[in-house]
Design a protein around this ligand. Structure first.
Ligand code: AVJ
Length: 325
């Protein structure tokens, strides 16, 4: 079957639920000004993130891929023929490992990637359709909340939701509870949730992963301002900001900021919003929480998501959990 007839794209971003940019205004109105991390991922930001994933200092991607290579066959055997919903799919590189294992078993394949970046979603869907002749793709352009609440009816009897790459780390503990609740509510009994989480480890390793020698993470952080500029007709001057990433051992999280290097007034015309930054003032762009494999499983269980199997690497740097509702 030709590629186009195996592809469906559903557009939910921007602004299908709530006014577009409302969250930006809210974040920039806090005492510590913040912007939600989803604004990293315009086309350029998604591309920069793919580069981050290949950096020598950024261990998570390569470690998780290693685990998935070990576990994929087992995962596919346990879950049987399942359609796969992936939250924050990006390049879908990790999913290829699962698709390969499913294809080897002759299972029919339906993949539903959800991503806020339409350009990377469409590019990777086309590449997948080209490489997997028996694959159907339903791409959903939107946030996780939007995607999960607009999932089309199942084409296969069962579904697995995957949330890889420790994107969970972007959520505060409160948001995390809410999120697990959504996952649980989006699954039928017996269906699966596949979760990848970055684990607590020595601060030196963590800080190096977010302060790479080539400055790609700094570029990724600054690109958030460029995204706000084009999307909301803003006036951020990218030269007036500096990347900062530190590990907060107390909270077990990397915290990313952009430091204002001047006294500056920021205007986002499309949002009818202005604010001021003092020299040295921080704009908080991301938390990246680091987890404990047992604790996160206890939290999942609390939301009726019981671990079927969990995997880690030799160094215990990253964990992958297969849970079942
Ligand atoms: C995609 C959220 C998992 O927190 O490690 C990488 C994003 N930020 N380098 C992470 C990120 C800076 C990444 N997540």
């Amino acid at each position: 079957t030709p590629i186009q007839s195996r592809l469906n794209v559903i557009y939910l971003e921007p602004g299908q639920q709530g006014r577009d940019g409302e969250d930006v205004v809210l974040g920039l109105s806090q005492p510590l000004k913040t912007v939600p991390p989803k604004y990293f991922y315009d086309g350029r930001g998604s591309h920069l993130f793919e580069q981050i994933c290949q950096l020598p200092e950024y261990y998570p991607t390569r470690t998780e891929m290693g685990i998935l290579h070990q576990a994929a066959q087992e995962i596919v055997e346990i879950t049987g023929a399942c359609e796969l919903v992936e939250l924050g799919s990006g390049s879908s590189l990790k999913t290829r490992i699962l698709l390969d294992a499913a294809q080897a078993k002759g299972q029919s394949l339906h993949y539903l990637p959800i991503d806020v970046s339409g350009s990377i979603l469409k590019d990777s869907a086309l590449a997948l359709l080209n490489d997997y002749p028996n694959l159907a793709v339903t791409g959903i352009i939107g946030t996780y909340e939007q995607g999960l609440s607009h999932l089309p009816p199942r084409k296969l009897p069962e579904r697995m939701i995957s949330f890889l790459g420790s994107t969970l780390g972007n959520l505060t503990p409160g948001e995390c509870e809410q999120f697990f609740q959504w996952i649980q509510a989006s699954l039928k009994p017996q269906e699966y949730f596949l979760l990848g989480v970055d684990l607590v480890k020595p601060p030196k390793i963590l800080e190096a992963a977010y302060n790479d020698g080539q400055g790609i993470t700094a570029e990724f952080n600054l690109n958030l301002l460029a995204h706000l500029n084009w999307r909301f007709d803003g006036n951020f001057n990218l030269n007036a900001w500096q990347h900062r990433a530190i590990y907060n051992a107390q909270a077990q999280q990397i915290e990313m900021y952009l430091v204002s290097l001047a006294s500056q007034q920021i205007t986002l015309n499309a949002l009818d919003f202005s604010c001021e930054f003092q020299p040295g003032e921080l704009l908080h762009t991301e938390i990246s929480r680091k987890f404990n494999l047992e604790q996160i499983q206890a939290q999942l269980r609390h939301h009726q998501l019981a671990t079927v199997q969990a995997w880690t690497d030799e160094q215990n740097w990253f964990g992958v959990i297969l849970a079942q509702r």
